[in-house]
Design a binder for this molecule. Structure first.
Ligand SMILES: *Cc1c(COP(=O)(O)O)cnc(C)c1O
Length: 229
């Protein structure tokens, strides 16, 4: 049994425990392995252990891995995306978690139309308002979502966030709660063509808390693969 397999089994147990604790069904939560800087062999270990969503931050790195590895998994873009890279994002990824401005949405929509597909996206929200963070502000998010909903070749599936880093993961809870409440407000609006199923939140340090607060996709790197080099 490899370390990676062990780690994944433990994470799945923790996810299930957090789900049950908060009255959720563990099957509602998908585990993403965040594979930035992780080499192909170790990614294969995670796939063998049953993980079927890989998260990448950089187009170049993702392109190389996706084309070379040719594995039957889903690849999600979780890093900051420049509009001029939208073409590659559409071609490479099953979902883009990091849409945080209209210019980028328009570009992904245009490239999706050319490719004859509809691209699933999440809207990234900067809940903390920290300047160093990507994401649309809480205040502006509903309007961005209304505008994106008018684009034919994008499908809004939910929201993504990254809270500030805390020593005590319990401190991240209010940020997860705020994202869930934003999701609920948008659902209540009933915007046509907007589905708010996904809450992409929770990383190695705080995924248990995120699951307790409604996460449907947790994005985990270090706790699966060890510290990044
Ligand atoms: C790197 C990264 C993660 C994973 O972080 P870990 O702490 O290693 O689990 C999750 N989400 C995003 C957006 C990332 O960039």
């Amino acid at each position: 049994m490899s370390v990676i397999e062990d780690n994944i089994r433990e994470i799945r147990e923790n996810i299930a425990e957090a789900a049950v604790k908060s009255g959720r069904n563990p099957s509602e939560i998908q585990l993403m392995a965040v594979t930035k800087t992780v080499d192909d062999d170790r990614i294969l270990r995670a796939i063998e252990a049953g993980v079927d969503i890989m998260g990448e931050n950089y187009i170049q790195e993702a392109k190389r891995k996706i084309e070379k590895m040719n594995v039957d998994v889903k690849w999600h873009m979780i890093g900051h995306l420049q509009s001029n890279k939208a073409k590659y994002a559409v071609r490479l990824f099953d979902m883009v978690h990091s849409v945080d401005r209209m210019g980028l949405a328009v570009e992904i929509d245009k490239r999706s139309a050319v490719a004859g597909r509809v691209t699933d996206i999440l809207v990234e929200v900067n809940v903390s308002g920290e300047e160093s963070k990507n994401g649309i502000s809480l205040d502006e998010a509903p309007d961005l979502i209304r505008q994106i909903s008018l684009l034919d070749n994008l499908s809004v599936r939910g929201l993504m966030t990254m809270p500030p880093w805390f020593d005590d993961p319990e401190d991240a809870r209010p940020y997860f709660v705020t994202l869930r409440e934003l999701r609920d407000r948008i659902v209540a609006e009933g915007i046509k063509d907007v589905e708010m199923r996904e809450l992409s939140m929770g990383m190695s340090g705080d995924y248990r808390i995120a699951v307790e607060e409604g996460a449907t996709i947790v994005r985990i790197g270090t706790a699966i693969f060890g510290a990044r080099v």
